[in-house]
Design a protein around this ligand. Structure first.
Ligand SMILES: *Cc1c(COP(=O)(O)O)cnc(C)c1O
Length: 356
């Protein structure tokens, strides 16, 4: 039996509730793009039945949800790239972010099966997608006058530095966005997880939690536990070898770690082929039968080595947790120079997902 990702529906529901408590009165677009950050999009959609809407990145993700029978509002955050996608979005009742003039032009052509709910994306400083604030009035009118657009055009924006509570960019972005919302008197959305938990001014009609739903912190140096979040995924494997090496023995590829004394070393069946980060350095903790021990040497494709000096009882078959309950994914991500988002999305199909 290889590595398993144990996924906890109660934790997912709890974290959604946490988002609601942080922004009472806001409706929730639960973001389940990228296979629900690696947790399983259909599983997440089923568990998050208290969400008001779902957010996905691409049309095909929305179509997948519809084909699985999901009838809730679905917002496609990237919008469409061609007419074919627009027709699919219209057919399946997907809502679209309108991010650029090309998408406006696609909407102008006649013959859509049904009108589409549109969210005009305002670029208040992220400089990735969206219209500059000065362009918004004209675009908003053009959309609102288009018979292919259903109902009132909503406004949205996205925070670029929400993860850094000492950075002033979020405040400036919100200040650029608010007057537009007031001017058009429409529903709006600003906050991702960082906005929901860290920037009260970012809470508006709709919030868009992603990473917090999965129980990781959206903040630089943040702690999910301090944010009241519970880990949804626990990545587990087992010890598959225990060996004794002499002082000076070098462990693994390139021999980057040297035994400082005669010692036992364990091998765990997890590697970058499963999505464990190859850049996790020696010293990165794992939980062996519930206690922390350090990884030593390079991460291989299928295996890692761990230092068993403090665990003389360790035996082949013992369970090992790589992240999740008892070992925050944020901590492992930080050690590996990345973010929990990437760890979750990177778990590969070789890992067996099981609901607990
Ligand atoms: C992914 C995404 C979110 C969710 O972000 P988190 O940081 O995971 O909460 C919200 N809004 C947009 C536009 C996104 O692309």
């Amino acid at each position: 039996m290889g590595p398993r990702a144990l996924i906890d529906p109660a934790a997912l529901s709890h974290n959604l509730q946490r988002a609601r408590e942080a922004a009472p009165g806001s409706r929730v677009v639960a973001v389940i793009k990228a296979n629900a950050y690696g947790h399983g999009i259909l599983w997440a959609a089923r568990v998050l039945d208290q969400a008001d809407a779902f957010g996905v990145a691409r049309v095909e993700e929305g179509v997948q949800l519809r084909q699985a029978g999901v009838s809730r509002e679905i917002l496609v955050l990237e919008g469409v790239v061609d007419r074919e996608e627009l027709i699919a979005a219209s057919t399946h009742g997907l809502q679209l972010a309108i991010n650029n003039p090309w998408q406006l032009e696609l909407l102008q052509r006649p013959g859509l099966p049904c009108p589409v709910v549109c969210w005009l994306k305002v670029d208040t400083g992220m400089h990735r997608l969206g219209f500059a604030p000065q362009a918004v009035a004209a675009v908003w009118r053009q959309l609102q006058d288009n018979p292919a657009v259903k109902g009132k055009v909503r406004l949205m924006t996205h925070l670029a530095n929400g993860d850094d509570l000492r950075d002033d960019t979020s405040r400036r972005q919100i200040a650029a966005f608010r007057p537009l919302v007031e001017r058009f008197g429409v529903e709006s959305s600003i906050a991702n997880s960082a906005g929901i938990l860290g920037w009260p001014e970012a809470r508006s009609d709709w919030i868009r939690p992603g990473i917090m739903l999965y129980g990781a912190s959206p903040f630089i140096d943040g702690s999910a536990e301090a944010d009241g979040l519970q880990p949804v995924m626990t990545l587990e494997s087992r010890l598959i070898a225990v060996s004794h090496y002499h002082r000076g023995a070098r462990i693994g590829y390139s021999g980057t770690w040297e035994c400082p004394e005669p010692m036992r070393v364990g091998v765990v069946a997890i590697g970058y082929g499963d999505g464990y980060p190859r850049h996790a350095p020696s010293g990165t903790p794992v939980l062996l039968a519930g206690r922390r021990v350090p990884l030593i040497g390079r991460v291989s494709m299928d295996m890692i080595s761990i230092d068993l000096r403090t665990r003389p009882q360790a035996r082949i078959g013992d369970p090992v947790t790589l992240w999740g309950k008892g070992l925050p994914a944020d901590e492992i991500a930080r050690a590996a120079g990345t973010i929990a988002y990437e760890l979750f999305c990177g778990v590969t199909s070789r890992v067996d997902f099981q609901e607990i």
